[in-house]
Design a protein around this ligand. Structure first.
Ligand SMILES: [Zn+2]
Ligand SMILES: [Zn+2]
Length: 357
């Protein structure tokens, strides 16, 4: 067992590395403020507070910095620092480009069958032009009525229709069948089991009750992640960091441009441990107004051993090119291509989803 490290030195080192990587000032400041707050206290008080979870009561110390301190005192290099060191000195731009080049498809897209703006054929042709080998069509599920979620009957019709469209598309490209299924309040999935089993890829997302209290939300997400039909956990926190781009509406908007929205509250370690255990991929949602999950959670999921899917959640053909944004965030967190399920061919992807359920 290693002896305790110097938590203040670790916080300062993180601030330095973030600064050198040109990360947002507020983030750098968070680590410097925490270092400063702790420097004014006796070491045994810091240790006692780390032990009983009261570090965050100190001005300048938040959840992330408190966790780093606890890890340092336990003799471990903080996860946050470890990831920064791992990506240090690498050319992030080149890495993001390499990751984008490695992607062979997109696992989360919408058509005008639900709340997308374009027909399935147009989405597919745009994906062909981008060089994709496949695109998974994931329209919404029945309970999301604001987004014209598909009933079981409409989804069955869509499956027949996709088969027709596929027959007319260029060889070497395929629309894979799928759904963005609502994760209901009890963690169950909003579509018939036989349909979920039949689809190539199932993305599951929380769209309602985003303000559920922490333990309830954690239970809800862990239950969904453990469901063998669920392949990818969509936009994990539900946050909105900015207004939607003009002309884009989505679930929960009721026709208005979205405001920002806070992350939902859940225990990320429990959720990501469940994702790793059940081999459910964590989505890195590329939409500029979502940027979900935030980088600190991408790092935690990576550390937990999760797989990822870097998806656009495109509601229009031009948005299929937004994968670059997700790749940049993934590269900043050191996500390697071999952890990303959409670097696989369509055959490998479907073999994976069907081996799960
Ligand atoms: Zn969604
Ligand atoms: Zn979506």
């Amino acid at each position: 067992m290693a002896g305790p490290r110097d938590p203040i030195a670790d916080l300062r080192r993180i601030a330095f590395l973030l600064e050198r990587a040109n990360e947002a000032t507020y983030r750098v400041r968070a680590f410097r403020s925490a270092a400063k707050a702790l420097a004014g206290l006796p070491a045994d008080e810091v240790a006692a507070r780390a032990g009983n979870g009261t570090l965050t009561e100190l001005a300048g110390v938040g959840d992330v910095t408190a966790r780093c301190v606890a890890e340092s005192l336990a003799g471990e290099e903080p996860v946050y620092l470890r990831r920064l060191v791992a990506t240090e000195g690498s050319d992030l731009d080149a890495e993001a480009t390499a990751l984008r080049t490695a992607l062979r498809g997109d696992c989360h897209t919408h058509s005008d069958w639900s709340d997308g703006g374009s027909p399935i054929e147009e989405m597919a042709l745009a994906a062909v032009e981008l060089g994709h080998e496949y695109v998974v069509l994931t329209d919404h599920s029945p309970r999301l009525t604001v987004a014209r979620g598909l009933t079981a009957e409409r989804l069955r019709r869509q499956l027949d229709y996709v088969a027709q469209v596929n027959a007319a598309l260029p060889e070497g490209f395929r629309i894979l069948t799928g759904i963005e299924v609502d994760i209901l309040a009890d963690g169950s999935l909003d579509q018939d089991e036989d349909l979920l089993a039949r689809l190539d890829v199932v993305v599951g997302s929380v769209h309602s009750g985003l303000k559920d209290e922490r333990s309830k939300m954690t239970r809800r997400m862990v239950t969904a992640v453990a469901n063998p039909h669920l392949d990818i956990l969509g936009h994990v926190t539900g946050r909105m960091v900015s207004s939607r781009p003009a002309g884009v509406t989505g679930p929960g908007d009721r026709g208005h441009r979205a405001r920002t929205r806070a992350e939902s509250d859940f225990d990320p370690d429990a959720v990501f441990a469940a994702c790793a255990e059940h081999d459910t991929a964590v989505e890195i949602n590329s939409r500029p107004e979502r940027q979900d999950p935030p980088k600190r959670l991408i790092r935690r999921a990576l550390e937990a051993g999760c797989r990822f899917a870097i998806d656009t959640d495109a509601h229009a053909p031009g948005q299929l090119d937004w994968q670059r944004f997700g790749c940049e965030r993934a590269a900043l967190c050191g996500v390697p291509a071999d952890r990303v399920v959409n670097t696989w061919s369509a055959e490998q992807l479907v073999a994976w989803t069907h081996s799960r359920a």
